[in-house]
Design a protein around this ligand. Structure first.
Ligand code: GLA
Length: 674
């Protein structure tokens, strides 16, 4: 424990060296820290983010702020403080984890006043001192040192201000943005029939085939299909295609949807082979709204809402249960008490999920698919029973119940030396020890899932460790998280979304990079609130995730949709970027001040461009010289959010007018004009 004497001495020295008699010391931990934004966990007063005594490099501190990268605490000083000081570092609770690296930054009125440089676990604290004379707006930031937020537990220990007379300061989590009321850009789908969604679908021979034709337009609607291969049948009323294909092959089908106002048709490619998820999975997951409180009733209501809201008509398919469907190791909640496994070792769901097969059947009956969650260690991230040493049985159980998707979350595999007890062989002579450790549990489950008699999408959740994008496909992964958990702040969403370039070349049909789930609508991890993202930040979020060909998993309570959120999630021209059959992920092709331009190649030869404004003031600019993106001749420009054509532009000398709101986006599709 750092002694009180040392604290007192530090304080009087500070008074002495500044030359003025500081009337007040305002401790950071006496301000409202709960509003701080951070990439994981909750802000802690006088404790680390995990709730332990603040400890850096073996030294304990009584006071301070325990947080996590990417973090920010905005403090309104209005010139009322002279100095800030703290001892900063990674909290020892991460056990010298090599993935842990952070950078502390003190920013005053937009300028960096002090930075720690990159700090790692186990290092001694650094003394932070910043002169605050005249500073109005202060931000204490914790960056992830550009390698993701895993294990970035950051402490501002002994943190305090010297002030002349101020006794406290107001805090907030984000830079205040001018309030913008939600505004809808996209016109409603027409009453005439239109078939939406991907134009390609992968299935393995013999697996149950399940596909709902996503079509908007007035009901009743009658569905039909030309050239449907043998083994499949279509329900004309619901548009559900079911059955099974016996042999591998590619079939081009024409789907038709007819109502009293007309008929729509669309070419649809069915590829029966080894691959599923030929386009990124689209659906819902329980975590970002219900977290540890999820129940079968929540999940059924979500499935009902997916249909009732009409989202099913735009290609949204999966209804995924995250953590907490199993019994818990030590929760006080009686609904989570019970045996973990039966006498034969098969997993037993908790009392909130009395009938897992019934639940999957219910979801399938609506034309949707069902997903589940587990971990390769003994416990899930939330402390429920997981798959360690029962991998094969669990894969069999999921298939028997009828689940179509598994999210497999690392967590306790990293604890208690599980790895050294894991005898599962990994034959990867080319891989280093770290990569083998990362691969092993996923290769293990990846061996059993494909042996089941149904297609189960395999979603790897290990936050990007050991560059998962390089090997995730080789362990039968269909998608893999590239980052730590997202939260509903601009800092979290933008720092994840705009840092995906290095994984991008590895995305392809069947293998997708996953920057985590969507945070629009009513989210809150068990404590629902409207997303903290502004409307423009939400347009940015959805545009960016679609450009990135990311799995799209809605994270909100779908029974509480508002018109704005529903509109955001049902723009078929925007979703078509995500679902494009070429399967390319966008990368950043230009950064100019606060403007970032992302480009995605599309199957039809056209390209999508996201013009993003990362700044907090609008951008009004005539964008010139599209030739820098390799474009030539006249380009036809479509505004995808408004679903409206903009005047054609000549790539060499034309001008693309850009009006981009703060933290907002303009999303265009450019096609060579005929
Ligand atoms: C991890 C994952 C989250 C969620 C929780 C469940 O944090 O990254 O997406 O699944 O575990 O406990």
């Amino acid at each position: 424990m750092k002694s009180r004497f040392a604290l007192a001495l530090g304080f009087s020295l500070a008074v002495f060296t500044t030359g003025i008699v500081s009337a007040e010391t305002v401790w950071l931990d006496d301000l409202n820290l709960s509003v701080a934004s951070q990439g994981w966990g909750t802000p802690h007063k006088n404790q680390s983010v995990d709730g332990h005594a603040l400890t850096i490099g073996g030294t304990k501190y009584e006071r301070g702020f325990g947080t996590h990268a990417e973090g920010a605490l905005h403090i309104k000083l209005d010139g009322g403080a002279q100095k800030f000081s703290a001892s900063v570092g990674v909290d020892d609770e991460v056990n010298k984890n090599p993935d842990s690296s952070v950078e502390f930054i003190v920013r005053g009125d937009g300028k960096v006043l002090w930075t720690s440089g990159v700090m790692r676990a186990g290092e001694a604290a650094k003394a932070c001192e910043a002169d605050l004379t005249g500073i109005k707006a202060l931000v204490l930031e914790v960056g992830d040192a550009d390698d993701g937020i895993n294990f970035d537990h950051a402490d501002w220990a002994d943190a305090k201000f010297e002030t002349a007379s101020a006794k406290t300061f107001a805090t907030s989590g984000e830079a205040p943005m001018a309030p913008v009321a939600p505004y809808i850009l996209t016109p409603s789908a027409p009453a005439t029939p239109r078939i939406n969604g991907a134009n390609v679908f992968g299935v393995r021979p013999g697996s149950p085939f399940m596909f709902t034709i996503p079509a908007t337009g007035e009901r009743p609607m009658e569905f039909s299909a030309k050239n449907l291969p043998e083994g499949l049948k279509l329900d004309a009323q619901t548009g559900h295609i079911t059955g099974a294909l016996k042999t591998k092959g590619e079939f081009t089908v024409t789907l038709l949807a007819k109502n009293s106002l007309g008929t729509a048709e669309k070419k649809f490619r069915i590829v029966c082979g080894d691959q599923m998820a030929l386009t990124p999975p689209m659906g819902w997951n329980s975590w970002n709204c219900f977290a540890g409180a999820v129940s079968a009733e929540h999940v059924k209501s979500a499935a009902d809402a997916m249909v009732r809201s009409g989202l099913i008509n735009h290609g949204w398919t999966y209804i995924n249960v995250d953590d907490f469907w199993q019994n818990h190791r030590n929760s006080k909640d009686p609904t989570l008490h019970g045996e973990f496994r039966d006498a034969k070792g098969f997993i037993v769901p908790n009392s909130r999920f009395p009938d897992m097969k019934g639940l999957a059947d219910y979801i399938h009956g609506l034309g949707l698919k069902a997903g589940l969650y587990s971990s390769p260690g003994p416990w899930t991230c939330g402390g429920c029973a997981a798959s360690w040493q029962h991998e094969e049985q669990d894969a069999q159980t999921y298939a028997k119940w009828g689940f179509d998707y598994l999210k497999y979350d690392w967590c306790s595999y990293g604890d208690n030396n599980i790895f050294s007890h894991d005898t599962y062989a990994v034959n990867r002579p080319e891989a280093d020890a770290n990569t083998i450790k990362a691969i092993r549990p996923y290769q293990h489950m990846g061996e059993y899932l494909p042996k089941q008699n149904r297609d189960i999408v395999f979603s790897l959740c290990q936050y990007g460790m050991a560059d998962v994008w390089k090997w995730g496909g080789s362990v039968q992964g269909n998608c893999w998280r590239t980052t730590g958990d997202i939260t509903d702040t601009w800092r979290s969403m933008s720092s994840i979304g705009f840092r995906q370039d290095k994984a991008a070349p590895f995305a392809k049909p069947g293998n997708w990079n996953d920057p985590d789930m969507l945070i629009v609508g009513q989210v809150g991890w068990g404590n629902l609130h409207p997303t903290h993202l502004t409307p423009d930040e939400q347009y940015t979020h959805i545009s960016l995730w679609c450009l990135l060909a990311s799995p799209l998993l809605i994270g909100c309570d779908m029974t509480k949709f508002d018109d704005f959120t529903l509109n955001l999630l049902s723009n078929d021209e925007v979703l078509a970027l995500d679902q494009d059959a070429l399967g390319k992920e966008a990368t950043c092709v230009l950064t100019e001040g606060n403007l970032k331009v992302y480009e995605k190649e599309l199957e039809d030869g056209s390209r999508a461009f996201g013009f993003f404004n990362l700044g907090s003031a609008p951008i009004n600019q005539d964008f010139k010289s599209l030739v820098q993106f390799g474009l030539a001749g006249n380009q036809h420009v479509r505004d995808l959010w408004r679903q409206k054509d903009v005047a054609d532009v000549n790539a060499a000398d034309g001008v693309l007018p850009l009006t981009i709101p703060a933290h907002g986006v303009v999303l265009y599709k450019l096609t060579a004009a005929k």
